[in-house]
Design a protein around this ligand. Structure first.
Ligand code: NAD
Length: 528
């Protein structure tokens, strides 16, 4: 086996030469570019124990201390940008443009939480409710889950884990991160950078291996953040329920893109192509289904077809930015795309451009499908590839009904020049976010939640403070301002005292004088 020696073979902090290895191949040409340990459950347990041991000191550093390490990590990422993006390319076969986006996401996420985490994690003073509690001082403070399991898929080797690890670390948790076995090299190196190059506390480690290693993580941690397929997400949710630990799931999508007749068709077409093809369509929030109102359908289809046909496909040289989209990460995913296209053709669809898999790597040509309907797999199942299926609709009601006719509900896109129409229709779309007159942007707005409805997930990532608080437990602290010798509800129960308590409670809680005074009435609601 040829292993790329520019990459350390050892997962940070542990090494066993007899351990089974997983080879990593470049999707663009099939060459082996590295290998990682396939860790077993005992090794995962050991890593988790080490992380737990390190966590209390990390929490004690406080947000400011933790942010200091995150900013040093950001410096390290930037200093090693080209080397890391070469790794992203090597294991994911991306165009340099798609690889570079991963660094942009990492920069945004670290800076956002570095700027805001202190206020997100601050204690919250709360006004007491009810006169009887006026003597109390209420505070909500947050404490992290000690150990978070972060399990990620293969479409974003750097950005995927980075989108979640920062919130967990800044919260004060330790993190056992489990990258996809298909693309583990970049993340392993980034974690090595955290531990060895910047000398950060050993509260972040990488668990390499396949599904069994991921399951072992779920068995050991206190909270799981998972991004990946619906099938695996459901398995993890079941296991978390058995263990009574929380999980947050970002799952698949089948995002709809609605173009109404009053839209800016040129901009919509450009955005649709970007939204469907970016990362070779391997984006959970990628545009998969397009519904276009009849008056602009022909114009939109013509523009989209021209733009898709012009896309340059291939893994370009590092730093060159000379292709638009790269390879697909796995041959199995290319099979799925080919199956969806064939199924559509069998049922009467037409390909306007693309439609073929290439034989020189994991490539499928950027493809536009028309004459599609909801009997076809390309309109119902996640394709996760460089295809766009376009359907003509009679009006906005039909567009919304079709957009909502899906098991998924991750994100969506709505195109109209009328802001009130956009506002009204956004409330009818069954998806976790709506980008109006844009594609994909809602996902990368860190102050608002990103989360899937229906089969697309459980919980949210980001969302301002919620992006950190999801890794925390809330702790309420109630202190009396004055210390009385006893309280009305405490023992002993004395009839006269208890009657007074009951009367005061009624006096303060009822909404009309008859009930305040405890008079018998007609049984009706004589509420003032
Ligand atoms: P996957 O579910 O097969 O694997 C994801 C991760 O889970 C991998 O690291 C894998 O090793 C691990 N895993 C597998 N079985 C496990 C188990 N039983 N317990 C614990 N971990 C286990 O997904 P994939 O094929 O790697 O990725 C593609 C999917 O990810 C697509 O469905 C895509 O939509 C989804 N995705 C979602 C988002 C989002 O934010 N919603 C983002 C990117 C990708």
């Amino acid at each position: 086996m040829t292993i790329d020696r520019t990459v350390s073979d050892a997962a940070p902090g542990h090494r066993d030469d007899d351990r089974p290895q997983i080879a990593v191949r470049c999707p663009a040409d099939g060459r082996i570019v590295g290998a990682v340990d396939d860790l077993d459950a005992a090794e995962v347990a050991r890593i988790c124990e080490e992380l737990r041991t390190a966590q209390p000191e990390w929490e004690a550093l406080g947000p400011r201390g933790r942010i200091g390490y995150l900013l040093r990590w950001l410096d390290w990422l930037l200093d090693n940008e080209e080397r890391l993006l070469r790794l992203v390319q090597a294991e994911a076969g991306k165009s340099w443009a798609d690889a570079s986006m991963e660094m942009a996401v990492a920069i945004d996420v670290i800076n956002y939480f570095a700027n805001n985490a202190e206020s997100f994690l601050a204690d919250r003073a709360v006004r007491p409710a009810g006169l009887a509690n006026a003597i109390r001082r209420l505070r909500v403070q947050v404490r992290p889950h000690q150990l978070v399991g972060l399990i990620t898929p293969w479409n974003g080797p750097l950005a995927g884990p980075m989108m979640d690890v920062v919130g967990a670390l800044v919260a004060g948790a330790a993190v056992a991160s489990k990258p996809s076995e298909v693309t583990p090299l970049t993340w392993r190196e980034v974690v090595r950078g955290w531990r060895e190059d910047i000398g950060a506390p050993p509260v972040l480690d990488v668990v390499t291996g396949g599904g069994a290693a991921g399951a072992a993580v779920v068995d050991r941690v206190d909270m799981v953040m998972f991004t990946g397929s619906v099938r695996t997400g459901r398995n993890i949710a079941v296991r978390c329920a058995e263990r009574l630990i929380p999980c947050s799931l970002e799952l698949g999508g089948k995002d709809a893109f609605i173009v109404l007749a009053d839209a800016d068709v040129e901009r919509a077409a450009t955005a649709a192509v970007w939204g469907a093809m970016t990362n070779s369509g391997q984006a959970c929030i990628g545009v998969e289904r397009v519904y276009v109102e009849a008056p602009v359908y022909d114009e939109f289809v013509a523009k989209v077809t021209e733009k898709v046909a012009a896309l340059r496909q291939g893994m370009d040289a590092p730093g060159s930015f000379t292709t638009d989209i790269g390879a697909m990460v796995t041959a199995e995913q290319v099979d799925i795309v080919a199956d969806h296209v064939q199924d559509a053709l069998d049922k009467g669809a037409r390909v306007l451009t693309g439609g073929q898999r290439r034989t020189d790597g994991n490539f499928f040509e950027p493809t536009v499908l028309v004459d599609v309907d909801h009997s076809m797999r390309c309109m119902r199942e996640e394709t996760f590839g460089p295809t766009m299926a376009i359907m003509e609709v009679g009006d906005e009601n039909e567009a919304i009904a079709l957009a909502n006719d899906s098991d998924y509900g991750l994100s969506s896109s709505l195109w109209t020049r009328d802001p009130r129409r956009a506002d009204r229709l956004s409330r009818r779309i069954e998806a976790g976010s709506v980008s109006v007159n844009n594609a994909l942007v809602a996902t990368f707005q860190l102050p608002v939640p990103m989360g899937g409805w229906k089969n697309s997930g459980l919980g949210t990532r980001f969302g301002g403070a919620q992006g950190v608080l999801k890794y925390c437990r809330q702790q309420s602290v109630v202190q009396d301002r004055v210390s009385l010798k006893t309280e009305p509800l405490w023992y002993p129960i004395i009839p006269a005292k208890s009657r007074v308590v009951a009367r005061v409670s009624r006096l303060l809680g009822a909404h009309d004088w008859r009930r305040r005074l405890g008079r018998r009435g007609d049984g009706g609601s004589s509420r003032r």
